[in-house]
Design a protein. Sequence first.
Length: 155
Amino acid sequence: MNPKTLFVLLIPLLLLPTARASTPTTATGSFTTTALDTGLRVTDEGNLVITQVLTVTFAGDFIGALSGEDVVVIDPSTGHGTLQGTGSFSGTLTGVSGTMNLSFSGTVNFPSITLYVTILGGTGGLANLHGQGTVQGILNVGGTYSIQYHFDPGT
C-alpha cells in the first residue's frame, strides 16, 4: 500500500477522543473495626469458619464508615487462615463525599491480618472511583490502609 494512502486512512484515528483515567493517587490512614459474629461452625478438617457483620470506621484520607460482611476461616492449631468480605463505605475521600463498594480478601496469622482491597466503584462525588491496595492490622480491632485510587472519566 502506498504510504500516502496509509497516512490518509490513519488520519481519522487521530481525531478520535481518547479515554483517560485520572492519575493514580495513594490514600493512607487508619481504621477501627467492630465485628459481630453471626455464625460459627467447625469443618471436618477442624477449621473454624466464622461469619461476621462489620462496622469499620476510617480516619485519614478516607473518613467515614463501612458496613459489611466477611467470612474468616482459621486453622486453630496454627492460627493461619483466610478472610474474604465485601462492604459499602459512606463518607469522604480527601474531602469528596459519596459512597463506594469494595471487596477484600487476604490472610490471617492470628491475630494479624493482611488484606487486599479492591474498590468497585461509587456514587456521588465518588462515582467512577476505582482502586486497590492493602490493609494490615489486628483481626476485629483495627490497623492501617494504603490504597492506590483513580477516577475514571464520566460517561
